[in-house]
Structures are given as structure tokens and as C-alpha cells.
Ligand binder design. Structure first.
Ligand SMILES: Cc1cc2nc3c(=O)[nH]c(=O)nc-3n(C[C@H](O)[C@H](O)[C@H](O)COP(=O)(O)OP(=O)(O)OC[C@H]3O[C@@H](n4cnc5c(N)ncnc54)[C@H](O)[C@@H]3O)c2cc1C
Length: 306
């Protein structure tokens, strides 16, 4: 059988075969990437797409704070942007950030530069690429409120600019396709005092610490809030606060968060999520939608009701 690696184009970045992904995601579970690709820069990423066989599947990974990688791993090529994609520059009230820049670093840079509108990002532990894909938000603000445009590498290997209308942002969702890679983005804020913004960020971080298991092996909100409701209240009412399945636990602190207690498999976590969905539906008639992106294939045990 031909190795996938032998079918891929020459790149300046790095390919790693059978790369463990566990340590690259917040849940600390899941199988390996058949190939992990760390592009050198956007042009390298274009060259990769132009030269790769059309039938090789692509998966994108930020810092894995909203994904559950299944135990069977991810077939095809998983792309992860490295430090060459994390530059942040400020000009007036405009900020341009590489897609690999951390949301928190962008919020702190904005505060130092006296640019308002970015503080909500300080409590979101992802990258700018993941934030755009998910229209990440907190405390009444979302990425769409500050978004101006982004550069995307397309599956054809071209670089295109996308504006807000193209991305059709809605609650924790954008119209970006799963194989379109955001490489950088431009945002616009307002003039504010650095002192006020630093204070705002300190309050957000304090609030987070009190209400979410921010130091646990988790994937953030498991389910989206249904219109006009809170997912955690439905989960609580269904009796799932503190419930376990194998090494997976429903957080006592915030029951829309699943936690890997240390021994969980991706199977445990997904099966517990599926149980929650089933019971909430039976009890309230409401169908919870996964916010966490579940990626890759099941291991030999398989998983029903996925
Ligand atoms: C403790 C905790 C608290 C959280 N709080 C919040 C919160 O308040 N608000 C909120 O919205 N989210 C929250 N999250 C979820 C998560 O941080 C966000 O969804 C974040 O935007 C994901 O970014 P990431 O880089 O980790 O992306 P990943 O989790 O790695 O990926 C998420 C999705 O984005 C895609 N993606 C990643 N990078 C790119 C790219 N460059 N181009 C295109 N697509 C890409 C992936 O393919 C995947 O579909 C929380 C998570 C944790 C663990």
C-alpha cells in the first residue's frame, strides 16, 4: 500500500507521520493524526493544497479548546498553524492578527494599545482561526462585532479575502467550509483607555475562574444554548450534574462542561454527551446541539448514537 506521506507535495513546513494529538487538545484524549502538517507560511499552505491528491481529507486544528478527537485518530492530513501565524499588529483602532495568535494575547495587545471591543477574547482559550470558525463570544460580545475581514487559503490553494457578509456569522457558527484555512484576520475596535481595558480583562478572568472549570481537561461548552434557554439548566434539570461515565465527568461547577478526570477516553466523553442529549430530549423535548466539534474516527469499540 502507498504511504500517504509519499503522495504529498514537497513543502517548506513539516509533515509528521502518525502524530499523537492528545497533548495538542484541551481534553487530552484522542488518537493520532495520520499526517500532521505544520506549514511554514501561507504560501507553503497554498503549495500544499495545489499539490495534494484531491481525495485526501483535511482537518484543521487550532489549540483544540473546542474539539474532541476520537480514539481512532484523524485520517488524512491535519493542519496546525505554528508561530509564523501568530503575529499581531495595531494601527489606530485596527488590529491584524495571524490565525494562530491566541485570543487572550490579542485581547491584552488591544488593551495595551488602548483599543476597546476585544476584552471578551481574554477568557476564551483558543486561537483567532478557531474564534472566527466558531464565531466565539462571551459576555454579550462575539467575534462578528469586531471582525472586518480575513485571509483564507482555499482548498484550491489560492488566498482569498472574506468579509463579514461572506462568513454569515451566527451563534457559534460561521459559513467557513471545513477545509478553508483562515491565515490572518483584521478587526476594528474603538478608542478606550488602557487602564479601563486592563481592569475589564481582570474582572473577566476573575469571573471565569469562579464560574467555569478553567483549569480542567475540558472542551468548553459541550452544547449550544437553545434559543432563549441555557444548556446547563436543561442538563442540571435532567440530573446530570456530577454524573460520570468511565473517566468522563459532568462538571459540578458548570454542567455544560465535560471533564476528563484523567482516565477518560474520547469514547467515554462522547458517550456521556450522547446520554445527556437523550435524557434532555426525553425530559424536556429539547434537542441539544453539540457545540464541541467531534473529529476523526471511532476506535474498534465503535460508538452508537453518534
Ligand atoms: C475552559 C474553556 C472556556 C471556553 N470559553 C468559551 C467562551 O466563553 N466562548 C466561546 O465562544 N468559546 C469558549 N470556549 C471554546 C473555544 O475556546 C472556542 O471555540 C475557540 O474559538 C476555539 O479555538 P481553537 O483555536 O481552540 O480551535 P479548535 O478547538 O482547535 O477548533 C475549533 C474549530 O475551529 C476550526 N479551526 C481552527 N483553526 C482554524 C483556522 N485557522 N481556520 C479555519 N478553521 C479553524 C477547527 O477545524 C474546528 O472546527 C472555551 C473552551 C474552554 C476549554
Amino acid at each position: 500500500m502507498t504511504r500517504l506521506l509519499d503522495q504529498l507535495p514537497k513543502v517548506r513546513g513539516k509533515y509528521i507521520e502518525n502524530a499523537p494529538l492528545k497533548d495538542s487538545v484541551w481534553f487530552r484524549v484522542g488518537g493520532a493524526a495520520e499526517i500532521l502538517f505544520k506549514p511554514a507560511d501561507a504560501d507553503d499552505l497554498c503549495a500544499f493544497f495545489q499539490g495534494k491528491p484531491a481525495d485526501v481529507p483535511i482537518t484543521l486544528l487550532g489549540v483544540g479548546s473546542n474539539v474532541l478527537i476520537r480514539d481512532g485518530g484523524i485520517p488524512g492530513v491535519t493542519i496546525k498553524l505554528g508561530s509564523s501565524f501568530s503575529k499581531i499588529t495595531c494601527a489606530g483602532t485596527t488590529i491584524t492578527a495571524g490565525a494562530g495568535a491566541l485570543d487572550r494575547t490579542v485581547a491584552l495587545t488591544a488593551a495595551q494599545a488602548g483599543i476597546g471591543g476585544f476584552s471578551f477574547l481574554s477568557g476564551i482559550p483558543g486561537t483567532i482561526g478557531g474564534a472566527i470558525k466558531m464565531n466565539a463570544g462571551a459576555y454579550g460580545s462575539e467575534i462578528k462585532d469586531i471582525f472586518q475581514s480575513c485571509q483564507v487559503v482555499t482548498p484550491q490553494g489560492t488566498i482569498e479575502e472574506r468579509v463579514a457578509n461572506d462568513l454569515g456569522f451566527s451563534y457559534r457558527k460561521s459559513l467557513l467550509q471545513d477545509d478553508e484555512v483562515v491565515v490572518s484576520a483584521t478587526f476594528v475596535g474603538t478608542i478606550r483607555s488602557s487602564k479601563d481595558l486592563e481592569q475589564e480583562i481582570a474582572e473577566i478572568l476573575k469571573e471565569r475562574e469562579a464560574s467555569q472549570p478553567v483549569r480542567a481537561r475540558t472542551g468548553g461548552s459541550t452544547f449550544k444554548n437553545p434559543e432563549g434557554m441555557k444548556a446547563w439548566q436543561l442538563i442540571d434539570a435532567a440530573g446530570f450534574r456530577g454524573r460520570t461515565l468511565g473517566g468522563a465527568l459532568v462538571s459540578e461547577k458548570h454542567c455544560n462542561f465535560l471533564i476528563n478526570t484523567g482516565t477518560a477516553t474520547a469514547h467515554d466523553l462522547e458517550a456521556l454527551g450522547n446520554e445527556i442529549q437523550k435524557h434532555v430530549l426525553n425530559q424536556s423535548g429539547i434537542s441539544l446541539e453539540w457545540e464541541i466539534k467531534r473529529l476523526g474516527t471511532y476506535d474498534k469499540k465503535g460508538l452508537k448514537n453518534a
